[in-house]
Design a binder for this molecule. Structure first.
Ligand code: SF4
Length: 500
């Protein structure tokens, strides 16, 4: 069932821009219309409306992207105008494509629901308003994105972003550039009240400096790699202007000079360093009067709304989302919400209706291919599971990452999600947690940049297999059909598991 090695698969198309609602992207199954839902919050009514629009104007399939956006698929040129009019009526449309593109912010999934050192919702709102209002920033490349981590129970530390606003335990905010919390370079540590202005100053700095890079920087990490942090701080300091749009002071701590803020504490030290330092400052000038999750006693606290989350974790503290435990830790019933996964990142309109039926407190989108239903009753879990949604950390589909593949993606050379569903039980037997199988429609590997035990890459309707590598690594075996892929996977099940 395998074939001799042959020519490598054709390189995937690199588009270099991101779709929106006002600038849909042509894909293999029609136009893709991306909804950038403000702060990732949707009411149940809006959710039902989105499901109805997906059916009426698309093919009824909706992706949940890794930047917490909803993507309606299968829209046609004929159906697009009515869809946009309806989205506008729902308040889900930006005033223009540039505003839509620049409002690229990942929000803390539990903002306003869980205790946190700062008001994450206020930070996100201020950032979104400022990004839309400052037209000079509309020149940012589409992919340049922001992230706000309010220091609440769900950590966004492992979610990459170009400009990060990471809250420290004392309520100050670390502005970091280009990557995950551990990989990004620290540019400044500022009071929460200055965080948005400071972050925007670094966005301006990116625009000022990007052409000094060769080639011109497309992402913040390009700038950080080629220019020293002091040069970026200097540009940011010259760019800082008082915000005209920030509506709320998330955590007033007294103003500091903004020029100083833009450059203060700049170093490449890690977030952990800053957390340790901030923890040392706590109790002196900190305005926080509530417990951060790290401080909640780990045992015998029946009022701790996040105890059930912590019970899934080997460590006390915040959930390091995107780690092998992250998604699973959020799934299922928790005291204040249900965590529900979209299988391989995709929802049907019927599944969205089911979510809406059990979303008394609306829905929170996350960048982890799952949604949170605040206030939902755990009695809803069977109905959600019956709808094909992922509600258990033991669901074998969590062992597989799969991109849309063919025919949804024009670069896809084979089906991905059908095969992923079929192979999930075998993939779970390779290891009890984490992703063990990556099914990719082409070598671009959109669903998973990290190495995986087994990677199946579509080529001419069949699959090349890569072992312990990425989708663009050299193949060990080529030309597998689905049965051959299953055989190969079975050979990777540890002997003690009992291979089939
Ligand atoms: S990896 Fe998948 S989604 Fe990405 S370009 Fe290839 S087929 Fe398309």
């Amino acid at each position: 069932m395998s074939a001799p090695a042959s020519a490598p698969a054709a390189p995937p198309t690199v588009k270099g821009w991101c779709p929106g609602a006002l600038r849909p992207m042509a894909t293999g199954d029609g136009l893709l219309v991306r909804l950038r839902v403000s702060a990732g919050v949707l009411t149940a009514d809006r959710l039902r409306a989105v499901a109805a629009l997906a059916r009426a104007h698309g093919n009824g399939l909706v992706d949940l992207s890794q930047r917490a956006n909803l993507q309606l698929r299968g829209v046609t040129d004929a159906s697009l105008p009515a869809l946009l009019a309806a989205l506008d009526d729902l308040g889900l449309l930006d005033p223009n494509p540039d505003a839509e593109a620049v409002r690229n912010v990942i929000a803390p999934p539990l903002a306003g629901i869980a205790p946190a050192p700062v008001d994450g919702a206020a930070l996100v709102q201020a950032l979104e308003i400022a990004l839309v209002g400052r037209t000079a920033l509309h020149a940012l490349p589409d992919k340049v994105g922001f992230l706000v981590d309010d220091g609440g129970p769900v950590s966004l530390a492992d979610v990459p972003a170009d400009i990060r606003l990471d809250t420290l335990p004392d309520g100050t905010v670390r502005i970091a550039l280009g990557g995950t919390a551990s990989a990004a370079a620290t540019a400044a540590v500022v009071p929460a009240s200055d965080a948005v202005d400071t972050a925007l100053a670094y966005a301006h700095a990116f625009l000022m400096l990007r052409d000094r890079c060769t080639p011109s920087a497309r992402r913040m990490h390009d700038l950080v790699r080629q220019l020293a942090i002091p040069a970026i701080q200097s540009a940011a300091a010259s760019a800082v202007t008082p915000s005209r749009t920030a509506p709320a002071d998330p955590s007033p701590q007294g103003k500091v000079d903004r020029r100083e803020a833009a450059g203060r504490k700049g170093s490449s030290s890690s977030l952990d360093d800053h957390r340790r330092e901030a923890a040392g400052r706590k109790g002196s000038s900190s305005p926080a009067t509530f417990e951060t999750p790290d401080e909640i006693p780990a045992e015998n606290d029946k009022d701790d709304p996040f105890r059930s989350l912590r019970d899934h974790l080997p460590l006390r503290g915040r959930i390091m989302a995107h780690s092998p435990l992250a998604g699973p830790a959020l799934l299922g019933a928790h005291r204040r919400f249900l965590g529900v996964g979209a299988p391989f990142g995709r929802l049907t309109a019927d599944q969205i209706d089911t979510l809406a039926a059990h979303a008394p407190g609306g829905l929170r989108l996350t960048p982890f291919r799952l949604v949170l239903l605040p206030g939902a009753d755990r009695q809803a879990l069977p109905a959600l599971a019956a709808a094909g949604l992922v509600v258990s950390p033991d669901d074998p589909r969590l062992a597989v990452a799969a991109c849309p593949g063919a025919p949804a993606c024009p670069s896809g050379q084979a089906d991905t999600r059908g095969l992923a569903e079929t192979l999930a039980p075998l993939a779970r037997r390779i290891a009890p947690s984490g992703v063990t199988l990556h099914v990719s429609g082409c070598p671009k590997g959109c669903a998973r940049p990290a190495a995986t035990a087994v990677v199946l890459v579509g080529r001419d309707g069949r699959y090349d297999a890569i072992l312990d590598g990425r989708a663009d690594s050299p193949a060990a075996t080529t030309g597998l059909d689905p049965a051959g892929a299953a055989d190969l996977l079975a050979r990777h099940i540890p002997k003690k598991e009992g291979r089939p």
